[in-house]
Design a protein around this ligand. Structure first.
Ligand SMILES: [Ca+2]
Length: 343
């Protein structure tokens, strides 16, 4: 299938930039005033990871120190990160290959056309073949706690904990997982959520670890985060911004291939940006209602509130103001870089 980008042609010269941003709080700043984070991602399947990576790089509260791939074909996923870093001039950030599950078929390479002609072997930055080992090294030698932002199934994190259990006590864990009272698309009944049911054993291992804090956005909050209308138009029109152009290019490739929806709306709105809510929670909790929840994880991936359950997390169960979050996310994505890249 050829990659066509009618969107970029249609949007040419319509850019309207703004740098205003909603107020946020900063829960755990490091010694530098920025929170050091590791992004743990299954980028390359659902497009929201790509939006989340852009959001992360444009969040002045966060200092992205490492990216680790999760599930599927590690090098396929890593290539989205390395090419994205080349496009936006952030090859100073190391990337690690997580657990590899072998080649992914064409039918699962939803953003594959964006990589056409790209050779990860020529990546000028640091790409760790043993990404799990490099991640452990980073955590164990970090002078301050790291915040892990996990936005996919977690076999790589489970493997890291098996190799070095002490990493948990040195990190906060923020993730997009589960469905407690609300299902997909705001449905009034919870449903097994992909990041859980794809690898139940791995998530049980990860959530059983003694992290400094566990903070989750389940479908209850992240499942309705969509950018549309004028906000989306502003992003769509930012063809002169290399980062947003890369996001939209990926979205166009994805829209033509994604098997689980008829994505004919890519010119007018985003898909659900689940993972962007996890990135948000790494720097602010201002716009969500968070409650401590004890729960169990069923074999089918259901996350069931249960006072006697083995897992406990702080969970963003409701929005205080979803429209304000969408405005905030839009403005953040549109904002110019706040730091000078090292490369
Ligand atoms: Ca994801």
């Amino acid at each position: 299938m050829s990659l066509r980008l009618p969107c970029l042609l249609l949007a040419l010269a319509l850019s309207t930039m703004t740098t205003s941003a909603a107020p946020i709080s900063s829960p755990v700043p490091g010694a530098t005033g920025r929170t050091p984070v590791v992004f743990v991602t299954d980028i390359g399947s659902d497009i929201d990871d790509t939006w989340a990576l852009a959001q992360l790089l444009r969040s002045p509260e966060l200092d992205l120190q490492f990216v680790l791939t999760e599930t599927g074909e590690a090098k396929y996923r890593a290539a989205f990160v390395t090419k994205f870093f080349e496009v936006v001039g952030r090859t100073d950030i190391p990337v690690g290959l997580g657990r590899d599950f072998g080649p992914m078929g064409e039918e699962h390479r939803n953003q594959g056309p964006w990589l056409r002609g790209y050779d990860i072997a020529r990546y000028p930055g640091k790409l760790h073949e043993d990404g799990i080992g490099a991640f452990i090294e980073l955590v164990m030698h970090s002078p301050q706690p790291l915040t892990i932002i996990a936005v996919g199934p977690v076999p790589s994190l489970a493997a890291a904990l098996a190799r070095e259990p002490r990493i948990a006590a040195r990190c906060r864990f923020v993730g997009m997982f589960g469905s407690f009272f609300v299902g997909y698309d705001g449905a009034p009944k919870p449903a097994p959520e992909y990041n859980v049911y794809n690898n139940v054993a791995a998530l049980r291992t990860v959530l059983a670890a003694p992290w400094q804090d566990v903070l989750l956005t389940p479908l209850d909050t992240c499942g309705t985060a969509v950018i549309s209308g004028e906000n989306y138009h502003r992003l769509w029109s930012s063809t002169g911004d290399p980062m947003l152009r890369a996001v939209i290019e990926n979205y166009c490739a994805f829209a033509a291939r994604v098997p689980w929806m008829h994505c004919d709306f890519f010119a007018t709105r985003s898909t659900v940006l689940f993972d962007c809510v996890a990135v948000y929670l790494a720097y602010s909790e201002a716009l969500v209602e968070i409650e401590p929840v004890s729960f169990r994880i069923e074999e089918n991936g259901a996350t069931v509130p249960d006072p006697a359950g083995p897992f406990r997390a702080r969970v963003a169960l409701r929005w205080k103001n979803l429209p304000e979050f969408i405005d905030h996310l839009t403005n953040r994505l549109l904002a110019a870089p706040t730091t000078t890249p090292a490369t």
